[in-house]
Design a binder for this molecule. Structure first.
Ligand code: PLP
Length: 362
């Protein structure tokens, strides 16, 4: 990865060679469309797609029929909002941990929004979950990196309304923890492939009861046949996957999951940085020592200035509002600096970055 020190896995994870090789192999040796042919290449692609769907299903402890390929978490959430047919009488419970992608589609639907309170540690306070028709749960904030008790939040939401639809954003959670949809009992769980080291443009949407919902996107691949005025749709999950799928990205997905399961990011690197930064009087750390991310602000220094100063030294970190305005507002700040690691980062790299930060911040 040349001289760059990349500490921004939470925005998008660097790709392992096995992922790149799987994609190149597909492009070079097997490329064809899926579900549309009977030639050997088309059959290879269909087998690959079925294999990857089963691989994702076992990764999340569910069945292949419950896995829908989308274009990312943002796309999944937008589709879910349309599937739910919300009205201005619907009540959607969100939390200030939400990413813009997770809350805005619900806000724009015109449904009523209620905010689940956070406790003193900025975790969702499951004892105070309000009544709602839909509860939206960010399983791990992309600013604070703390695991939320999704199963308990859903249990409490169902105590208030047994029919509540639980939608989980697992875009950050999936990187660090095993997703067990059976244990959570969620109706929908979404994550993006690029966050775990697969490619951009591919999302995974788990649906507990796909047959309860109608598709919101129409086109090729989701229709079995059209006879006169009658449209016969395909079965689940194909009916939710209109148009050509991001097949190259799907071809790399299995390798990314294998790599992640074998080697999750080493969070001791963040603890090490935490201990060093804690000693610096101008640094205010926003995350817990054992969090999956390290976010902070620096007194008297704009986050963009910090980003530019480490940037010229070849260090990539994320600065800004992280598409998570609500948690920043709650903490009384506009923006922050975020450091995140992948399994490819080393102790030497974080030591080097600490030296740079000490040099810049003084
Ligand atoms: N939710 C969370 C918690 C995220 O961190 C992100 C990406 O930053 C998203 C949703 C949106 O993911 P994507 O841009 O891949 O759709």
């Amino acid at each position: 990865m040349n001289k760059i020190i990349y500490l921004d896995a939470a925005a998008s994870y660097q790709k392992d060679e096995t992922v790149i090789e799987a994609e190149v192999d597909f492009l070079r040796n097997h490329y064809a469309n899926s579900g549309r042919g009977i030639c050997s290449r088309a059959a290879w692609v269909d087998d690959m797609l079925n294999f990857m769907r089963r691989r994702v299903a076992s990764f999340m402890n569910t069945n292949a029929e419950n896995i829908i390929f989308t274009h990312g978490t943002t796309d999944s959430i937008n589709q879910i909002v349309r599937m739910l047919n919300l009205t201005d009488e619907s009540v959607v419970a969100v939390s200030d941990l939400d990413h813009h992608s997770t809350r805005l589609p619900f806000v724009m639907s015109g449904a009523g929004i209620v905010v689940c309170p956070l406790d003193n540690n900025y975790d969702i306070d499951f004892n105070k979950i309000p009544y709602a028709d839909v509860v939206v749960i960010t399983a791990m904030s992309n600013v604070l990196g703390a695991v939320q008790n999704v199963a308990e939040i859903i249990r409490c939401a169902r105590e208030k309304n047994p029919n509540v639809i639980a939608v989980v954003d697992a875009a950050q959670f999936v990187v660090h923890e095993k997703i067990d949809v059976a244990e959570w009992g969620a109706d929908f769980v979404c994550w993006s492939a690029h966050k775990i080291g697969a490619d951009t443009g591919l999302g995974i949407m788990y649906m507990k009861n796909p047959s309860r919902f109608a598709p919101v996107q129409f086109g090729g691949g989701m229709v079995n046949k059209i006879v006169a005025d009658e449209i016969i749709f395909n079965n689940v999950p194909d009916v939710f996957e209109a148009g050509t799928l991001p097949l190259t990205q799907i071809a790399g997905l299995g390798a990314a999951i294998d790599k992640l399961e074998e080697n999750r990011p080493n969070l001791d690197l963040l603890k090490y940085m935490y201990d060093e930064l804690k000693e610096m009087s101008r640094v205010r750390i926003l995350t817990a020592r054992d969090a999956a991310l390290l976010s902070f602000v620096i007194d008297g220094m704009h986050v963009l200035d910090f980003g530019a100063m480490v940037g010229v030294r070849g260090v990539c970190v994320r600065v800004g509002n992280m598409c998570a305005s609500w948690i920043h507002k709650l903490m009384g700040i506009d923006a922050s600096i975020r450091i995140s690691v992948g399994s490819y980062n080393t102790k030497e790299q974080v030591q080097q970055v600490i030296k740079y930060i000490k040099d810049i911040v003084k």
